[in-house]
Design a protein around this ligand. Structure first.
Ligand SMILES: [Fe+2]
Length: 178
């Protein structure tokens, strides 16, 4: 593919911007629970570290939005509330639920990013490289090692249906496109 469709490009950046921000909000919600009702210093440290990584990712797409004059989704305030609620709720359920929430988010985002790379043309090599990088850090990172119990936990919490929760922002973001 030579040239990226302008509308597709805008949607990609808008969705990724909302997704990375949502990830920060989930961690903020988890940290709120860990600073108030739940005591777990090691989990708190790990989540704080992961939140910093998400902040870097968010900054990248936030710059992209500004640089390219793309309108962010109008639903950002809603994602903020949903993200904090999801994070707070999962951390209140305990460490395993918090771990599953993070691993699910990373897995879903990873899938979206991979799909996006097929939609980007040669004119967007830099963005493509960045998205590839963001896909790979999940499987390469210590976050992944930290969640080596992920499959087991996923089965335990299947009934909570986190995937539906996480996919919701993407669907609504697309509907909200200008
Ligand atoms: Fe991220």
């Amino acid at each position: 593919m030579e040239k990226t469709n302008k509308k597709t490009l805008e949607e990609i950046i808008r969705v990724d911007h909302a997704g990375e921000r949502g990830a920060i909000k989930i961690y903020e919600g988890q940290l709120l629970a860990l600073k108030t009702f739940k005591q777990n210093a090691s989990l708190k440290r790990k989540i704080e570290e992961m939140k910093e990584h998400e902040r870097e990712h968010y900054e990248y797409f936030n710059n992209g939005i500004k640089k390219r004059n793309i309108q962010p989704t109008k639903l950002l305030p809603l994602w903020d509330i949903m993200g904090v609620t999801l994070g707070f709720g999962t951390a209140m359920l305990g460490e395993k639920a918090a771990m599953l929430c993070t691993a699910s988010v990373e897995e879903v985002i990873d899938g979206h990013y991979k799909d996006q790379t097929y939609k980007l043309g040669k004119d967007e090599e830099e963005l493509k490289k960045k998205i590839f990088y963001l896909c790979n850090i999940f499987s390469d990172s210590k976050i992944y090692n930290y969640f080596d119990e992920y499959e087991k936990i996923k089965k335990e919490f299947d009934s909570l249906n986190f995937y539906e929760e996480i996919n919701l922002p993407k669907r609504l973001t697309f509907k909200n496109k200008k």
